[in-house]
Design a protein around this ligand. Structure first.
Ligand code: HPA
Length: 246
C-alpha cells in the first residue's frame, strides 16, 4: 500500500481526524522543514502530513524550504505526494470554491532554491524530464473521487506559480491568461519539480479562494480569501480521505 504524504497549504495547517503516531523532526542537508512531519493514520491509512507554511501559518511562500520539506518527506517514507494549494481563479470556470486538479504548470517564480542538483560537479547534474509535471495515476484518482462526491471541479488546469507574497497586478494576470494559465498560486513551484527530482509521484489539488486580480469588480481582500478557505477546506479533506481509502 502506497504511503501518501499530504502537504497542506494555506487553510490546511493541520489535519483533524489524523490519528497521530509520531511527530518527526528530521535533519536534512538543506536545513529544517516548515514543521515536524506528522505520521499517523487518516481514513484508515498510514499517512504523512506536513504544513507547508508551518503550524501555525508563519512562513511566506518564497521562504518555504521546499528542498528540506520534500527531502524529509522522502526520508520519512513518503511514496507519493498530494499537495494542497489555495489559488486565485483566472479562467471563468474557476470561481471561488472550485477545485482543480492541475495538469500543467508555468513557473514565474525566481530566486528560490529550486533544485537538488546545484552542486559544482556538472557530471552530477540531472536534467529531469518535466513534460508532464503531475502524476497521471494520482490525478486520475483525485478526479474519480471529485466526480463521485459531485464537487464542482475541473479535471485539468494550468497552474501559474508566482513569486508573492504580494498578489498580482491586473496586467500580470492578463499576461498569465494569454500564457494559458487557469489558476494562480505562489507555492506550486519549485515543489513539483523537486518531487520529480526525488522521483516522487506528485499531484496538486487546488482550491480557488478568490478571483484573480481583475477578474472581479473589486480588489482582493484577505477576508474573502479566509472565508473561501473556511467554506472549502471541508471538501478538500473529504477528497483526501476518499483518495487515501481508495
Ligand atoms: N494569486 C496568487 N496566489 C494566490 C491567490 C492569487 O490570487 N489566491 C490564493 N493564492
Amino acid at each position: 500500500m502506497t504511503v501518501h504524504a499530504i502537504i497542506g497549504g494555506t487553510g490546511l495547517t493541520q489535519l483533524e481526524g489524523l490519528t497521530l503516531h509520531e511527530a518527526l523532526q528530521l535533519d536534512t542537508p538543506y536545513g529544517p522543514t516548515s514543521a515536524p512531519i506528522l505520521r499517523g493514520s487518516y481514513a484508515g491509512r498510514d499517512v504523512l502530513f506536513l504544513a507547508r507554511h508551518g503550524h501555525p501559518h508563519r512562513i511566506a511562500p518564497h521562504q518555504v524550504n521546499y528542498r528540506a520539506n520534500l527531502w524529509a518527506l522522502k526520508q520519512a517514507g513518503a511514496e507519493a505526494i498530494i499537495a494542497v494549494n489555495a489559488v486565485g481563479g483566472i479562467h471563468a470556470a474557476m470561481g471561488s470554491g472550485h477545485l482543480c486538479v492541475a495538469h500543467q504548470i508555468i513557473d514565474y517564480t525566481w530566486g528560490r532554491e529550486h533544485t537538488y542538483f546545484a552542486g559544482d560537479d556538472l557530471e552530477q547534474v540531472t536534467h529531469i524530464d518535466f513534460s508532464y509535471p503531475y502524476d497521471e495515476a494520482l490525478r486520475g484518482k483525485l478526479n474519480a473521487v471529485l466526480q463521485a462526491l459531485d464537487y464542482a471541479h475541473s479535471s485539468h488546469g494550468v497552474y501559474g506559480a508566482t513569486q508573492g507574497p504580494r498578489l498580482e497586478t491586473v496586467a500580470e494576470i492578463a499576461r498569465m491568461e494569454r500564457d494559458g494559465c487557469d489558476i494562480v498560486g505562489m507555492t506550486g513551484m519549485p515543489e513539483a519539480a523537486l518531487a520529480r527530482e526525488l522521483e516522487l509521484p506528485y499531484v496538486c489539488l487546488a482550491l480557488v479562494v478568490n478571483p484573480a486580480a481583475g477578474k472581479s469588480s473589486g480588489i482582493i481582500t484577505m477576508a474573502e480569501i479566509e472565508q473561501a478557505l473556511l467554506d472549502g477546506i471541508g471538501r478538500v479533506k473529504a477528497v483526501l480521505a476518499g483518495v487515501l481509502s481508495a
